[in-house]
Design a protein around this ligand. Sequence first.
Ligand code: PEP
Ligand code: MG
Length: 849
Amino acid sequence: MTTFGGVARFVFDFDEPAEGGRELLGGKGIGLAEMTQLGIPVPAGFTITTDACRAYLREGGLPEGLEEEIRRHVERLEARTGKRLGDPNDPLLVSVRSGAAISMPGMMDTILNVGLSDESVAGLARTTQNEEFARDCYRRLIEMYGETVDDVSYDRDVHDVDRLKEAYRRDTGRDFPQDAREQLRRAVIAVFESWNSPRAQVYRRTYDIPDDIGTAVNVVQMVFGNKGDRSATGVCFTRNPSTGEQGLYGEYLVNAQGEDVVAGIRTPQPIEEMRERLPEAFDRLVETMARLEQHYRDMQDIEFTIEDGTLYLLQTRSAKRTAAAALKAAVDMAGEGLISRDEAIARIDPGQLDQLLHPMLDPNAELEVAARGLNASPGAACGHVVLDADTAEERGKAGEAVILVRWETTPDDIHGVIQAKGVLTAHGGMTSHAAVVARGMGKPCVAGCEGLDIDLDARTLRLGGHQLREGDTLTIDGTTGRVVIGEVALVPPQINEDFETVLGWADDVRRLRVRANADNAGDSAKAREFGAQGIGLCRTEHMFFGDERLPVVQEMILASDEAGRRDALDRLLPFQQSDFEAIFEAMAGLPVTIRLLDPPLHEFLPSLDEATDERMRRRIKALDETNPMLGTRGCRLGIQWPEIYEMQVRAIARAARAVQERTGDAPLVEIMHPLVGFAEELRRLRELTERIMAEEAPAIEYLCGTMIELPRAALRADEIAEHADFFSFGTNDLTQTTLGMSRDDAEGKFLTFYLEDGVLAQNPFETLDQDGVGDLMRIGVDRGRGAKPGIKLGICGEHGGEPASVEFCHRLGLDYVSCSPYRVPVARLAAAQAVLREGARAEYVAAGG
Ligand code: PEP
Ligand code: MG
C-alpha cells in the first residue's frame, strides 16, 4: 500500500500530490489531478487508488481503513463545495468513475448522480428550479445503479422514476437505497468488481493488459450538462483521430449527460456548432485543449461538460487513433517542434501499422449506395450481416466474414466486434463506443446510419428502403461512411507520405536489417516496395504445386528407382529455374535466401481414398508417418534422396547465371538447408551444394547455410557453424520442437484453453517464448559465433514480424529479421524502437537508476 508521510493511504484529493502516478491513480485519476494542479477547470473530487482495488480483489472486501478514509475525503469535498452528501434540501451529488492505468474505454462501470433519494430529488428540483432536470438525474441514477450494482434488468423503453423503482424492487426484493453514503459505498465496490466483468476480461486479453493491475475509482462532484439549453456535454480531440489532421474535432449534445454521447444513445452534433450556440464556453474549450496538448505533447481525447455556460473538463487522455492519424500527428508534431524524431518513432504502435495496409473500396467499382452513416473507422469490409455479438463471434470464429449490425454497440459486444470484419450501427457518433473500439482494432466502422432499421425478433433489417435478412451480404466503407448492399471489389491501400517519412526515420535508427519471406516474384516486388532488404526465406515447396508441376512431382515420388526420379526431376528443373530467375530479378542487388525442399513428401500425394492406382496406394502407405512433422522432412529428404536437392541447386545455379548474363549483375544467392540437427548432415549437404555450384556456375558467389529449427541444432551450433556461412532461426519449428507442441494440434485446441485459463499469457507461436525458445537461440548465437565470429545470423519464423520478438532479436544481436511482406514495415519500426529503448535503458543505468 502507498504510504504518505509515513501514513498508509488509499485516497487522494485531486489537488494533493501523490507519488505512484498513473499506476496508482489510473489514467483518469492522474489526468484529473494534473489538470487540477495546472489550474484547468475540473470539478472537485478524489481518487481511490488501484492499491485499494487490488486489496479488495485479493481480500474479497474493502480493505481496512478505506471506508474511514473515504468518509474524511467526502467531508473535505463537502467543505469545498458547500454542499452535503444526502442533504435533503441541496444535496451534493457525485459520479463514481472507473479508471485503470491503461485505458479500457467503456469496459468498466461508472455511476452518475450518486447521492439522490426520494427526498433530496425534491430539494434538487427546488434549488435548481427545474423539476424535470431533477427527475432526469434521479432516473439516471436508478438505471445505472440498478444495472451495475444490483444487476437489475430494466425494460429498455421505461424511463419513468416510479416504474424504474418498481422494477428495482421486483428484481432485488428491496427498495431503492435512500442513504447516500450507502449508495456511495456500494457504487465503489461495483466499480472494483467491474474490473472482472466478462467484457473487461475479453478486452484485457485482446490488448495484453495484465489481469492484476486493477482499477482506480474517481469520486467527482457532479456537474450537469443536462440543466437546460445553456448546458451541454461532449467529447473532443485536439486532432482528428481518424486522419490526424490538425484542428478541433469532436461532438457535443445540448442538455445531456456524458453517457448519452459515449453510449451512442443519441447522435450528437459536430463541435463546430457549439461556436455559435455557446460561444464563451467554446472559446474556453479551444484554449484549454491547446494548453493540454502542449503540456502532454501528445494528441488528447477530452470529455467535458458545460453547466449553465461554465466549462468543466472531466477527463483528458492520450487519444486512441488510427494508424494513419498516429503517423500524421507524429510527423506534424515533430515538424512543429513539439516532439523529437525519436519520440515520433516511439509514439507509433508497430502492430497498428498494418491498418494502413487494409483494403479500400475499388474506386472503379460501380456501386449503389443504400445508406450513409458517419465514417467512424476507416477501411472497407464486406461480409454477411449478423445482428448480435454472440452470433458474430460464433460465425467469425468459424472463418465466415461477418459485419456486425446493431442499433448501437455496447461494451458487452466486444467479443463480436473482435470477430467481425466491420461494424455498422444505427445510432451513435464518432466517439461512440463502437467507433472508439473499432478504430483501436483497425476495423472499418460506419456509425449513426440513419437509414438503418433493425427488427431483432424477425432477424431482418431495412436499409435505405431495402429489406434484408440476417446472412445477406453488405459492404461498408468506414473511410467515407457509405453502406452498399452486396459485395463490392476491394483494393489494397496506398502507402502515404507520412508512413514513408516515419519509416525513413526508423531506418536511420535501426541496426537490424529487415528481409521478407516471399516465394514468388510478385511477393518479392511487394516486399521491396515495403522496404525489405532482401529475401530471408523463399520456400521452394510452393513452387511444386500448380497444374503443370504437381503431376511431375508425383511421378518423382512414385518412381521406383533413382533413374525414374531423376527423369521427373529433370522435367521439374526448368520450372524451378524460371521461378528463381523472376525472384532474382525482382530482388536485384539484394540477397535472396532459398530454402531447399522441406515438407514430407506425402503432402504432394492425394489421400489414400483418392489414389488412382495400386502403385500410388502402395507408395502412400509407405510414406505414411505417425508424426510427419518429426519424420522424413527437411534435410532428411536431401540426405536420403540427394538427387532432389541436386536438382534444386542446379536450378538455382542456372537461374543465377541466366540473370547475370541478362542483366550484367550476379544475384546474391544464399542456399539454405532446413531442419538440420547434426553437423554431419550439413557437411554432406554443403559438399553437394559446392559440387553442383562448381559444375553449373563456377563464377557465381553464394553462401551456404542452415536453418536452426531443432533444439539440438542450437545446442551444437558450434559444430554446425563449421559448415555454415549463416544461420536462420526457424522459430516456427523451433517453437514446436522446444515446447513439444505441434502447432496444428495446439492452436484452436488445448492452447486456446491454456490462454483463456492463464496457464500461458501469450501464444508462443505468435510472440516468441523468450525464456525457453529464446534461451536456445541465445545458446545458438553464442556457440555459433564462438566457432565462427563472422557468421551471419537471422530469423525467418513468423516471429520475425512481431514487435516484441523483433526487439528480442535486436538484443540478441542478430543481423536481420525476415517476415511476410506486409509485416516488413512493422519490423522496420519495431527494430528502431528496440534501439531507442536500449538507449533509454542505458541512460537510466548511467544515471544510477
Ligand atoms: C520455421 O520453422 O520457422 C520456418 C520458417 O519454416 P517453416 O515455417 O516453413 O517450417
Ligand atoms: Mg520450419
